[in-house]
Design a protein around this ligand. Sequence first.
Ligand SMILES: *[C@@H]1O[C@H](CO)[C@@H](O)[C@H](O)[C@H]1NC(C)=O
Ligand SMILES: *[C@@H]1O[C@H](CO)[C@@H](O)[C@H](O)[C@H]1NC(C)=O
Ligand SMILES: *[C@@H]1O[C@H](CO)[C@@H](O)[C@H](O)[C@H]1NC(C)=O
Ligand SMILES: *[C@@H]1O[C@H](CO)[C@@H](O)[C@H](O)[C@H]1NC(C)=O
Ligand SMILES: *[C@@H]1O[C@H](CO)[C@@H](O)[C@H](O)[C@H]1NC(C)=O
Ligand SMILES: *[C@@H]1O[C@H](CO)[C@@H](O)[C@H](O)[C@H]1NC(C)=O
Ligand SMILES: *[C@@H]1O[C@H](CO)[C@@H](O)[C@H](O)[C@H]1NC(C)=O
Length: 546
Amino acid sequence: MADESGRRFEAEPLKGGEAEGGVSKEKSCAGKLGLSHLTGWRTAAFLLSLFLCLLVVFAFSFILPCPVRPQYMPTWNRTIPTAATYNFLSVEDANEDKVLDVFFMYKDADASRNTCLSEDLSIPCMVLTAVDGTDGKTLWKRPLAAEFYWVECGVKGLGHKGTGCLVAHAGNLTAVDKQSGVIMWQQSQSTMMNVTLPLISVTDLNADGVEDFAILSYYPEAPSFTPIPTELVFFSGKTGDQIGRVDVDMMGVFGHLPFKTASGAPYLLLLNDSGLYAVSLQYLVAQAGLKSALKKEKSWEEKSDSQTGLISLYQSDSLKRVSVVHGSSSPSLLVQTDSSVSLLLTDQLKIAWTTNTSALLSAPTFGQFNRDGILDIMIEEDVGNDTKRVMVLSGDSGDVLWKVNLLFWTPSPRPASVLTLNTYSVFMLWGQSHGNQTMQSSFLLHPRYSQTLLERRNPTQNILSFKATLLERGRHACYLVLSGPDGRQHTELGETEPVILTKRKIKDDVSESGILGVEANEPISEDTEKSVKEGFYRLRFSDAPL
Ligand SMILES: *[C@@H]1O[C@H](CO)[C@@H](O)[C@H](O)[C@H]1NC(C)=O
Ligand SMILES: *[C@@H]1O[C@H](CO)[C@@H](O)[C@H](O)[C@H]1NC(C)=O
Ligand SMILES: *[C@@H]1O[C@H](CO)[C@@H](O)[C@H](O)[C@H]1NC(C)=O
Ligand SMILES: *[C@@H]1O[C@H](CO)[C@@H](O)[C@H](O)[C@H]1NC(C)=O
Ligand SMILES: *[C@@H]1O[C@H](CO)[C@@H](O)[C@H](O)[C@H]1NC(C)=O
Ligand SMILES: *[C@@H]1O[C@H](CO)[C@@H](O)[C@H](O)[C@H]1NC(C)=O
Ligand SMILES: *[C@@H]1O[C@H](CO)[C@@H](O)[C@H](O)[C@H]1NC(C)=O
């Protein structure tokens, strides 16, 4: 109604203008040339264009709906009584409302009884589910036969809209559409159950128009004197059929990750007890008898072994983990050994810096801490006596920029970071600040108030997965905590504990938090606490990729 009257108001000045214009034109044109019929045409044309104008205004205000920004609940939880869950959380937009939704997996005997039986599955079965990011309501549930091996979501080439989840369970590889939860294909693949993630995404190899993927199989726990070949198996994303396989000529592989060089050449990085190696995906695809237009990195290929295609990138007999550091013009690799972390520049294959550490507890977390625009690194090392030291290393020099000691008894999730528009990240970490074993804290670190941490105390829970992320473009910064009995350890479902997935808005934690000095025994004034909390409230989050 308000719109209606507004339109009438808007139209009236135009009407007046038209009348005036009509009069003046009549005088000048008709008077000079005497072509009065021309004036009629002009008026008609003018009225017609006015009509079209109004039609467009009308269409935009009534017929085409305004984009409605989805409303969301700042906090929600999804509780499944007497169930067990897995270390898996994924965020993807399943219902196309532009808010990311949350995927997780659980196993229970009671709540899903009918769901399992409806699909002729024995009880307990496993359920892969997507819940709405705005309110935690279930979008779909996909019951699957137990036992569970691994799952990866966001796999390209599966499903109608291009991505889906791939689940390895009970001897089958099952592709699930992310939008509907419908099974796209299911293939018996018992040899692909014990593999280590991540999957390797490859371009379309079998010319069916969708991306394909590959799985690297090796047995990390196998003693090195029993030579089991490392094998790369290529699958069709559309049907799940095997389309090729190749032996990777490297012994004792215990880890791998896909990597793209600055020029876009895809490589497979492989770790063994001698160090870090790379082999071009193009080489492996060709060895498997498949065709591709994949690129190679010239400067790397000069160092490749002609027999195996392997390129030695870093030598160490105590290599533990390698992570890709994005963010600069060419990606680097963070190489972690028993007693150090080093940054390997991939364009020059040179070590930029090395920092000595104790045994590291978790994979590193990346974020902006100082003002140099280069990603910094948060690591956690075990310093004994139930204490961990959390440190931020400068991505530029490896220098320790910040550190804090925290107690820890329960295995706590690794830290997370969320970028802000002010080009620094806020970090979130877990631990205990005091001797009460029934409590567990989450801490927020603001790099511009780095002498303090905000601490929110929670009852101790068995957290299996934790993620801090933005659920919408540029807004809705939150964290997700999945807790409950571990499905990999509890084969019998006799417990009474629930599986709980909780979403909380990061800023909502600020008011519920206390303040903690990073240096022990440093008293914090109330004014400081107030300004730190205000600093957090002022944050504007960014979803720019790290
Ligand atoms: C879950 O949310 C409900 C309200 O939505 C709340 O009453 C309950 O305490 C929450 N449970 C947990 C474990 O956070
Ligand atoms: C594995 O997949 C095949 C083919 O779809 C199906 O017939 C079989 O029931 C599946 N097995 C299990 C345990 O889900
Ligand atoms: C898979 O791993 C489990 C335990 O790690 C082991 O018992 C089983 O034999 C493995 N299966 C294969 C095919 O290697
Ligand atoms: C690691 O792989 C390289 C390259 O194939 C090989 O030369 C080396 O012997 C392997 N190291 C171990 C400990 O297996
Ligand atoms: C790091 O460790 C190495 C070998 O243990 C040692 O030689 C070096 O001096 C250490 N560097 C620093 C800065 O402590
Ligand atoms: C461990 O911590 C306790 C209490 O903080 C202290 O009394 C003890 O000396 C520490 N032990 C070691 C080996 O540092
Ligand atoms: C630990 O904290 C809980 C909740 O604040 C409290 O009820 C309990 O008494 C505390 N235990 C100890 C040993 O301080």
